[in-house]
Design a protein around this ligand. Structure first.
Ligand code: MLT
Length: 315
C-alpha cells in the first residue's frame, strides 16, 4: 500500500482534495457507502483528502450529470447505484449518457433492500400488510428518493406485484424519507439495509420482508422472510454501487483510482462496517473497470424492458 500510496501521491498531490459526489442527501444509504469508501481509499491514495459532496435531486440524475460535466482530472468522482441502469429507461431526455460519459472505476458492493412501514402501521407481518394495503387502496403513501432511485425501483416492483397503485412521496434521499416514516408522515418504503438495519434493530419502523432470494444473516434482519417466502413470485432486487469518473479521465489516473478501490475493498474495517449493515463488498471480477462497464450495460438491458412495461417516465 505504501508503494501505491507514494505513486498515488504523484497523481493526487495532497493540495487538491478528491470529491466523491453522492447524488442523494446526506444520511442515506448511498451517502453511507461513499463515506465508508472515502475513509478506506484515503491511505492507498497517499493520504489525499477525500470529501463527499451531496448533489441530490431528480432521483440521482442531477448528481450524475454534475460529474459527467466535471473536469476529467480524477478529482471529481461519482458514487452511484442501480440508478445508473434504470435512468436510461426512466428519462427520455437524460442530459448525459451512462455508457459514454463516464469512466468506470469498479464496483463496490451489493446491498439488499427491506420493505418497512411506519411504527403505527396496523400490521405485524407481510400477510397482515397486504390485507391492510387491500383495505386502504388509494390512501397509501409510499416514500422514495425520486424517480431513478433504488427505493423508486423497489416500490415500482412492489406495486406491480400487488397490482396496486400507491401515492409515491419523493424525497432527496431515503435519509430524510426515513425521518418522515418514523414520524408516521408516510406509510411504507423499500430501502437498503445500510439505512434500515439500525432502525429495524431500534424498533423505530416495522419490517416486513427482504428483497433478496435468500434470507439475510444480519442478526436484526435474519427473521425477515424473503418476498418469495411471503408469497410474491419473482421479486428480487439487490442494489449495487459503483465508482465513476468523467469520460476522458486519463487511463493512468483511473488505474490508480481502481488500484486504490481494490485496496479499500480488502480493508477489514470497511468490510466490517459494510457487512454490519447487510451489504456485501464486491470480491469478484466486477471490481475490474472493463467488467464494471459490462455489468452496467447488462443491467441497463435487464431493467429497461421492465421499466418500459411499467410505463413510468420521469420526464
Ligand atoms: C435510493 O433509494 O436510491 C437511495 O436510498 C437514495 C439515498 O441514498 O438516499
Amino acid at each position: 500500500t505504501l508503494a501505491l500510496g507514494a505513486q498515488a501521491q504523484a497523481a493526487f498531490p495532497g493540495d487538491k482534495p478528491i470529491t466523491i459526489v453522492v447524488p442523494f442527501s446526506a444520511g442515506g444509504p448511498t451517502d453511507r457507502v461513499a463515506r465508508d469508501l472515502a475513509e478506506a481509499m484515503r491511505k492507498p491514495l497517499g493520504g489525499v483528502s477525500i470529501v463527499v459532496d451531496n448533489a441530490a435531486g431528480a432521483g440521482g440524475s442531477i448528481g450524475a450529470n454534475k460529474v459527467a460535466k466535471s473536469a476529467a482530472d480524477g478529482h471529481t468522482l461519482l458514487l452511484h447505484h442501480i440508478g445508473m441502469a434504470t435512468m436510461p429507461g426512466l428519462y427520455r431526455k437524460l442530459p448525459f449518457s451512462v455508457e459514454n460519459d463516464f469512466e468506470y472505476l469498479g464496483m463496490v458492493n451489493d446491498v439488499p433492500m427491506t420493505l418497512i412501514g411506519k411504527p403505527s402501521l396496523p400490521a405485524n407481518n407481510f400477510k397482515e400488510l397486504t390485507a391492510w394495503i387491500g383495505q386502504n387502496k388509494g390512501q397509501i403513501n409510499l416514500a422514495n428518493a425520486g424517480i431513478g432511485a433504488a427505493s423508486h425501483l423497489c416500490g415500482l416492483l412492489f406495486q406491480n406485484a400487488l397490482q396496486t397503485q400507491m401515492t409515491t412521496v419523493p424525497y432527496k434521499g431515503t435519509g430524510p424519507a426515513m425521518t418522515d416514516l418514523i414520524g408516521g408522515q408516510v406509510d411504507l418504503m423499500c430501502d437498503q439495509t445500510t439505512n434500515t438495519t439500525s432502525q429495524i434493530e431500534g424498533k423505530k419502523v416495522k419490517a416486513f420482508a427482504v428483497t433478496t432470494s435468500k434470507r439475510l444473516t444480519t442478526p436484526a434482519l435474519k427473521d425477515l422472510p424473503t418476498m418469495q417466502e411471503a408469497g410474491v413470485k419473482n421479486f428480487e432486487v439487490t442494489i449495487w454501487h459503483g465508482l465513476y469518473a468523467p469520460k476522458g479521465t486519463p487511463a493512468d489516473v483511473t488505474k490508480k483510482l481502481n488500484d486504490a478501490l481494490k485496496v479499500a475493498l480488502k480493508d477489514p474495517d470497511f468490510i466490517k462496517k459494510q457487512e454490519g449493515l447487510g451489504a456485501v463488498v464486491v470480491s469478484d471480477k466486477r471490481v475490474e473497470q472493463a467488467e464494471h462497464k459490462k455489468f452496467v450495460a447488462a443491467e441497463i438491458a435487464k431493467w429497461s424492458p421492465i421499466i418500459k412495461a411499467a410505463g413510468v417516465y420521469a420526464d
